[in-house]
Design a protein around this ligand. Structure first.
Ligand SMILES: Nc1nc2c(ncn2[C@@H]2O[C@H](COP(=O)(O)OP(=O)(O)OP(=O)(O)O)[C@@H](O)[C@H]2O)c(=O)[nH]1
Ligand SMILES: [Mg+2]
Length: 289
């Protein structure tokens, strides 16, 4: 990872702009703060691509686009790399963001950055219209920087997914893990599923009720992340030998249902929930009078 960071830092000097791929379901939790630091240091504009929009809540995505588009030197768009033709939007927006490039003489050089498994290489393949970069539904598929000439006027550089040393908010860690943006060895599925259950209880309780018959396991006011997992186990008939719920298995099912889109188009955060999260985490200011 340290080597990859060093290489990306070096590469930034020879790029005109950054295309930062974010997960539309959790755009801020999936934003590596290093991307902003590095690109600002070199004064490079940034196209934020909210990818996997096919899985995200359209209302939340719209709110995030408004949020990011208000930032300096930033354009934000939402796409689904898996839908044919959508990647073209990326190139059009990128060209607008760096108009100073004289297309005939100097090609536009775009550095694709983002956390693991967010869809960077899928985006590259969609732009190239061929399977040039290796992709896979697990973090850390791309191992090294790779340059792809899209045309005489556009060059793309794929990068390995980068994580940063310290995730400031624990809830960001849960969102990253739930969305399969970090490797399964780095967390306990039961803990992440519990956190995901809490988010769903707050944001989409009706989805849980419809799919897992939530109210069969507890009174509405007593529901928490664990009861969501219990509901999954009850609904699916996951039991251990003694008859207790197999919560481990149910946790994996809940995560799988979220990741596959079986729970519908859902987002784990919005600009408003993010603002609340930041406000709650801030230490209380004591007025010395
Ligand atoms: N549903 C959905 N899945 C997508 C989309 N874009 C990419 N994926 C899937 O996400 C997974 C990861 O894609 P990659 O392109 O390998 O991700 P990456 O960012 O290059 O990952 P690393 O190389 O590991 O950093 C694959 O299973 C893709 O099929 C999208 O728009 N929607
Ligand atoms: Mg990749």
């Amino acid at each position: 990872m340290a080597v990859a960071v060093k290489k990306v830092k070096e590469a930034m000097a020879e790029q005109d702009m950054v295309i930062e791929v974010l997960d539309a379901r959790c755009p801020m939790a999936s934003a590596n703060p290093m991307v902003e630091t590095l690109r600002k240091h070199r004064q490079r504009p940034c196209l934020k691509v909210l990818n996997k929009m096919d899985l995200a809540d359209p209302q939340a995505t719209q709110a995030w686009l408004t949020f990011f588009n208000a930032q300096k030197d930033v354009t934000a768009i939402a796409i689904s790399c898996k839908k044919p033709g959508e990647a073209a939007k990326v190139l059009a927006a990128a060209k607008k963001l760096a108009p100073h490039r004289n297309e005939n003489l100097k090609p536009l050089r775009m550095l694709i950055m983002g956390v693991p498994n967010v869809g960077k290489s899928t985006l590259i393949n969609a732009l190239l219209k061929r399977r040039a970069a290796k992709v896979g539904d697990e973090p850390a598929v791309t191992k090294a920087l790779a340059r792809y000439d899209l045309s005489a006027t556009a060059i793309l550089t794929d990068t390995p997914g980068l994580m940063w040393p310290r995730i400031e908010y624990p809830s960001d860690g849960s969102m990253l893990a739930a969305s399969h943006l970090i490797g399964t060895k780095a967390y306990f599925e039961s803990e992440v599923a519990e956190a995901l259950g809490e988010i769903f209880l707050e944001r989409y309780p009706q989805v849980l009720t419809a799919r897992y018959n939530l109210h069969a396991v507890a009174e509405p006011q007593k529901l928490d992340g664990v009861s969501v997992i219990e509901a999954v186990a009850a609904k699916r008939g996951y039991r251990l030998k003694g008859g207790a719920f197999d919560l481990e298995k149910a946790a994996i099912t809940l995560l799988g249902d979220y990741r596959s889109g079986a729970l519908g188009r859902v987002s784990l955060e919005t600009p408003a929930s993010r603002a609340r999260q930041v406000a709650l985490a801030e230490p209380a200011v004591i007025d010395p009078g």
